[in-house]
Design a protein around this ligand. Structure first.
Ligand SMILES: NC(=O)c1ccc[n+]([C@@H]2O[C@H](COP(=O)([O-])OP(=O)(O)OC[C@H]3O[C@@H](n4cnc5c(N)ncnc54)[C@H](OP(=O)(O)O)[C@@H]3O)[C@@H](O)[C@H]2O)c1
Length: 352
């Protein structure tokens, strides 16, 4: 990518701004002065890859429960190289490849971050593959192992098995020794089957009925990012001792009203179900970001990726400048796996 300079000759960077609610076309690519020198405790990271996720689809509609006020720079996670560090940070970090979960701010070519939140990325791992496993991989790992404690011989249901989190849930559950059933649109069933799951078409089939046929004794765990009325089905499909892990509300994307509104019934249901003496458990899961836990879980997931035990499913890589197109693809439902923005690709490149 050609370096741009401002009137004083200083290098300029780029970032993508989400200025207001709307469709993907409202996104703006902005030139800005190169990032300031890192403050004490910070590191400036040159971004190699940053993920596009359903969270940004929700943010664009003002429906993500923890989003900042418009305008802001979105971007939930990144992989990049440390360029400089501030006072109090080990100088040995400079030149290292790191990953971070930022929640917002990663859709830029350089980002200043708290150095203690950076996790190392194994050598040789492709940046786009690695970033596909940051938020999605850690969320999936924690839900399988920390929330549901999936064990060999169990049967679990993954809703949205073709998506960013879903593809990793399927693989990690398989690796934990479970049989996996996955819901997805029919056009993505081949992909879901290749991951090792039995696909069910959530649009055209009766999901509880199909699950009963496949696993008559019920399920040991259900991972549900859909919410809405189907959450009750997810609960009912559990066998005694089973765990419902609810972690999103994709079905309420088009709702109006306060953005927390869709989550209130979910949390209410979870509390109610948890209080019932029925041997089942329900939990609302949100990815744990405490630096020590996050780094531990991310490094486990990245090692599995580097060893080839799981695969990152990168649907396509696009230059950062094409963020609107990338988000449009996610909105259209035409992707399987992760869409990744790569600042280094340059606006002209096509590497899909
Ligand atoms: N709680 C947390 O910590 C946390 C962390 C990360 C993500 N999330 C949540 O996880 C969800 C997935 O995120 P993502 O980035 O993986 O999204 P994504 O890549 O866009 O995948 C979403 C998937 O949802 C599927 N889907 C949509 N409606 C469905 C329905 N009614 N039933 C079953 N599947 C349905 C789609 O399947 P088809 O394309 O096959 O139709 C798609 O594969 C989002 O709701 C996000 O907010 C939560």
């Amino acid at each position: 990518m050609m370096t741009k300079t401002n009137e004083t000759g200083a290098e300029m960077g780029i970032e993508v701004v989400m200025p207001r609610e709307g469709g993907p076309e409202v996104l703006e690519v902005a030139r800005r002065d190169a990032p300031r020198r890192p403050k004490a405790g910070e590191a400036v990271v040159r971004v190699e890859a940053t993920g596009v996720s359903f969270a940004e689809v929700q943010m664009l509609k003002g429906r993500y429960f923890m989003q900042p006020k418009f305008p802001f720079v979105p971007g939930y996670d990144l992989v990049g190289e440390v360029e400089s560090v501030g006072e109090g940070v080990d100088g040995g970090l400079v030149g290292q490849r790191v990953a971070a979960l930022t929640q917002t701010g990663s859709w830029a070519d350089r980002v200043a971050l708290d150095a203690k939140n950076l996790a190392p990325v194994p050598d040789g791992l492709d940046s786009a593959d690695a970033v596909a496993a940051v938020t999605n991989g850690v969320t999936a790992w924690q839900m399988i192992h920390r929330a549901a404690s999936v064990r060999p011989g169990q049967t679990v249901l993954v809703h949205g098995a073709s998506g960013g989190v879903g593809t990793l849930l399927v693989q990690l559950a398989r690796l934990a020794g479970a049989e996996v059933i996955g819901t997805a649109s029919a056009s993505k069933h081949e992909h879901v089957r290749a991951l090792g799951a039995i696909p069910i078409d959530y649009r055209g089939e009766d999901v509880p009925q199909r699950v009963r046929e496949i696993s008559p004794g019920g399920l040991d765990a259900v991972f549900d990012h859909v919410g809405g009325p189907g959450l009750v089905d997810s609960w009912r499909m559990l066998r005694r001792g089973g765990t419902l892990v609810t972690y999103g509300s994709a079905s309420t994307l088009g709702d109006t009203g306060h953005r927390l509104k869709p989550y209130l019934p979910i949390v209410g249901q979870v509390l109610l179900w948890s209080a019932m003496p029925n041997g089942k458990r329900a939990t609302f899961y949100y990815v744990q970001r405490w630096p020590k836990l996050f780094k531990e879980d991310l490094s486990t997931v990245l090692s599995l990726l580097a060893e080839g035990k799981i695969e990152a499913h990168v649907d396509r890589r696009l230059p950062l400048e094409r963020a609107a197109e990338a988000l449009g693809l996610l909105v259209s439902g035409k992707v399987s796996g992760k869409v990744v923005l790569m600042p280094g690709l340059g606006a002209e490149s096509r590497l899909s």
